[in-house]
Design a protein around this ligand. Structure first.
Ligand code: PM9
Length: 464
């Protein structure tokens, strides 16, 4: 057999969307108007948009065709039943309740499972997930392995739960005060890092011994499965679809932001094997999202999602998806840019503390760097550091995460290798002038999820 020298995407382009290139002066004006927050830029002022992989996917011709067979009945749409069957078949959960996106599912599940004073261990926090746990009266406890907080560690499963930390917490607060263990596949805030099946099986055992359930944030489970296939002994010959099925069957409940893995632009769901949780979720969803057979999605959205789930679990799709991220990460490493290692699945994460070692965390290095990358070339990225971490709900101080990162996130099936090259070259140009970068201060800080809407000004006028 001829050895394949390279891989290419398992799709070709049928329709294109024009991009606007801007001048440096236009970008300086745009970022100032956006309060130096890339979330507040107008997308028309962005050339290459690597803010997020959430809802930015390119749908396939089959998904677009699926939109045309949307059944927009208020109740009992046929697309709901297609989605329901697909979730059961591919993800192994018995019941599914649709929601408008992931946080809708997080809200409902947190309200059902958490009582005031509870503790929720998890493999690193995620912004919306932790906030819904807190709003339900719980406290999140990080039980991820220490390697996850070290950008240099090449540990292959930095999303693993440290089982000792988990057991210590159970002994300290009592199993009756831990409604569930939350595991994310992959771990977004750690740099898109996977959890191993060995670790999931071990924590399942601990959960069973103590009568604690396991909630799965399955937003990027297919990407996690690809890393298991590549890195975990015994899984090389299994398909991504089979590995995803195995991960899901080791957990009790799940929340899904369908805007990521499943290749759509909006949608989500909550899934569970528990009849009681299912009934309660069906009841709560009508208050916050919509009827239990649409949950905030149109019939056409549910059809596109059912098709997208199936497409997302093909090995060749995931190989190209994760492969593009690896390509970007390796390019940045060639330029000597400090990034989180190993390179993750949905994005490459720049270590802003190492990129800008002269800036203290109090002047927001990652926020500053994201603004500078935009000014350089119109590439939009996202802060994932002290601003995203928010404030401690008891003391009111900043949470100070060890990881101060800029996330360069890759939408699925959207950008070409040339876009990736331009991105890497632009970041290298910022790196060359890094010593002149000064930092930011707040001019407006919202109470919840501040990173979305906060505004800043440069410490030195005219400079980020
Ligand atoms: N993630 C992301 O860009 C979008 C909003 S936060 C900047 O990474 C996980 C692991 C996520 C996630 C969203 C959600 C919430 C839950 N879990 O955005 O509400 O990465 O659909 O999902 C974002 P929704």
């Amino acid at each position: 057999m001829i050895k394949r020298r390279s891989w290419a995407e398992p799709w070709k382009i049928k329709m294109v969307e024009h991009l606007r290139m801007t001048t440096r002066e236009e970008r300086l004006k745009a970022i100032e108007a956006a309060g130096y927050n890339t979330f507040l830029l107008k997308s028309e002022d962005v050339y290459i948009d690597l803010l997020t992989d959430s809802g930015t996917n390119a749908m396939s011709d089959r998904q677009w065709a699926g939109l045309m067979i949307g059944d927009e009945a208020y109740a009992g749409s046929r697309n709901f039943f297609h989605l329901d069957d697909t979730v059961r078949e591919y993800y192994a959960y018995k019941h599914m309740v649709p929601t408008h996106q992931g946080r809708g599912a997080e809200h409902i599940l947190s309200q059902i499972l958490i009582k005031k004073g509870d503790f929720i261990p998890g493999n690193m926090y995620f912004t919306t997930t932790r906030l819904h746990q807190e709003l339900a009266g719980g406290t999140f406890v990080d039980v991820i392995v220490d390697e996850a907080h070290d950008t240099e560690s090449e540990f292959p499963f930095k999303g693993n739960v440290d089982l000792k930390k988990l057991e210590n917490l159970i002994h300290k607060v009592g199993a009756e005060n831990i409604p569930y263990i939350c595991i994310a596949t992959t771990v977004n805030m750690a740099g898109g890092q996977p959890i191993s099946l060995e670790n999931i099986k071990a924590l399942r055992k601990i959960a069973d011994q103590h009568g604690i359930s396991v909630v799965h944030d399955m937003t990027r489970v297919a990407e996690n499965a690809w890393f298991i296939k590549e890195r975990e002994a015994g899984y090389a010959d299994k398909s991504v679809r089979e590995i995803v099925h195995e991960i899901c069957s080791l957990t009790d409940h799940a929340t899904m932001s369908a805007k990521k893995d499943p290749l759509v632009n909006i949608g989500g769901f909550l899934a569970t094997n528990d009849e009681d949780v299912f009934r309660k979720a069906q009841n709560l969803v009508v208050i916050y999202e919509g009827l239990h057979t649409y949950g905030g999605m149109a019939g056409r959205d549910m059809e596109a999602l059912a098709i997208g789930i199936k497409e997302s679990l093909h090995d060749d799709h995931i190989q190209a998806r994760v492969g593009q991220t690896q390509y970007l990460g390796n390019k940045l490493l060639e330029y000597g840019i400090p990034i989180v290692k190993p390179i993750g699945s949905h994005g490459v994460f720049i270590d802003a503390k190492k990129f800008l070692p002269h800036l203290s965390q109090d002047v927001f290095p990652a926020q500053t760097l994201a603004a500078e990358i935009y000014i350089e070339a119109g590439v939009r990225t996202m802060e994932r550091g002290i601003i995203s971490a928010g404030r401690n709900k008891a003391t009111g101080d900043h949470n100070r995460p060890k990881l101060e990162l800029v996330r360069i996130t890759l939408p699925r099936r959207v950008y070409t290798q040339a876009h990736i090259d331009v991105t890497a070259e632009s970041i290298a140009d910022v790196y060359a002038r890094r010593e002149s970068i000064k930092g930011l201060r707040f001019t407006y800080e919202p109470e919840y999820l501040r990173f979305f809407q906060a505004r800043f000004e440069p410490l030195e006028p005219g400079k980020a």
